[in-house]
Design a protein around this ligand. Structure first.
Ligand code: ASP
Length: 342
């Protein structure tokens, strides 16, 4: 009888231990529920409509997003860090003239380019950012250098450029950032400005910022964002992209986030951090948190844009409240690229 009771107690204890272990195991593994690595990217949100897109243009964007995903995936698959995956993927997007970041950045009112970028590590909440730079070829790499090689988080203008040049970051002449397409859209907007500046303005319609969030085999999340800001910006305006908590945020406990959209709203609503907080304090999943902030709060406020979100279990959300958002993700089971609303 005693033996029988002991046996039953042992069985009960074994069951309890197993359950406790399952609850603790947030580390990504390679079963269906927990992909071992994942990366999600965006190339900006805005009025991106199929009817305004040529086949050629659609193909060019799809190919670029696909190539960007492959760069990050190769690093993650081989055991590289999410920091490397995010930096190298964003470098590729910065070097492409298709996106409003690096080469392809939009023009300011004074016909210059001023670039912003930020990067954040989810394991220790360390972060780095640069703002208003125009001689750094790849601002996301400069942001990483601020994170890793300085005791600061955010450097701007000439100081940021001086710091970058001291750390082997590739510097370029400001003319490197010239592209005819972006110059023409500045001209168009300025012409409109002298007549009527309205909601039909390009500024509110296209946000071509780039961003990436990655989860590596060690379970670390890193998020990064890089942009040329908004066309026709004045007075050294800086948007949300280099502001930690607004355009970028990462915390292994919750998620990594990179945003794109009308920066002033993303700053005021601390969008990236709000999404993380909705998960931390509101117990929401990535989809619910993204919908709450992007599709409810921002919509009520009149702020256009979107975000990419990735948690430690590889769950991904890509909410946006515009007509479209260049976006995609990859994990061991899936590769998805999308432009328009579903
Ligand atoms: N969020 C960026 C900014 O306001 C613009 C964008 O996402 O396209 O600077």
């Amino acid at each position: 009888m005693i033996r029988m009771v002991l046996f039953i107690i042992t069985l009960l204890l074994m069951g309890a231990c197993k359950e406790a272990n399952q609850q603790k195991s947030h580390h990504p593994s390679n079963d269906d529920q927990f992909p071992m690595y994942a990366m999600v990217i965006h190339g900006g949100a805005g009025t991106i409509l199929k009817k305004n897109m040529t086949d050629e243009k659609e193909k060019a964007y799809t190919n670029a997003l696909n190539e960007a995903l492959s760069i990050g995936e190769k690093i993650l698959k081989n055991g590289g860090t999410s920091a490397d995956a995010v930096e190298k993927t964003i470098n590729y997007l910065e070097n492409s003239p298709l996106f409003n970041a690096g080469k392809g950045a939009v023009f300011t009112h004074h016909e210059t380019n001023e670039l912003d970028a930020s990067l954040m590590y989810g394991n220790d909440l360390s972060a780095g950012a640069v703002g208003g730079v125009n001689t750094i070829k790849n601002p996301i790499s400069a942001a990483r250098t601020v994170l890793e090689k300085s005791e600061h988080v955010f450097m701007v203008g000439k100081g940021a450029e001086e710091f970058a040049s001291l750390h082997d970051i590739e510097m370029v002449d400001p003319s490197y950032f010239y592209t005819e397409r972006r110059y023409k859209s500045l001209k168009r907007i300025k012409d409109q400005e002298s007549t009527e500046l309205s909601e039909s303005d390009d500024v509110n319609k296209k946000h071509g910022t780039v961003g990436a969030v990655a989860l590596d085999l060690q379970g670390n999340i890193v998020a990064g964002t890089s942009t040329g800001g908004m066309t026709n910006k004045k007075y050294n305006r800086i948007g949300d992209s280099p502001i930690i908590g607004a355009g970028t945020y990462a915390n292994n406990k919750t998620c990594g986030v990179s945003c794109t959209g009308h920066g002033e709203f993303f700053i005021r609503y601390a969008v990236a951090h709000a999404i993380s907080s909705a998960m931390e304090y509101g117990n929401m999943n990535v989809q619910e948190a993204g919908d709450l902030v992007i599709n409810q709060q921002l919509v009520e406020a009149g702020g256009t844009g979107g975000a990419i979100i990735l948690d430690q279990n590889g769950n991904i959300a890509m909410p946006f409240n515009t007509e479209g958002m260049y976006r995609g993700y990859v994990n061991p089971h899936d590769r998805v690229i999308k432009i328009y609303k579903d």
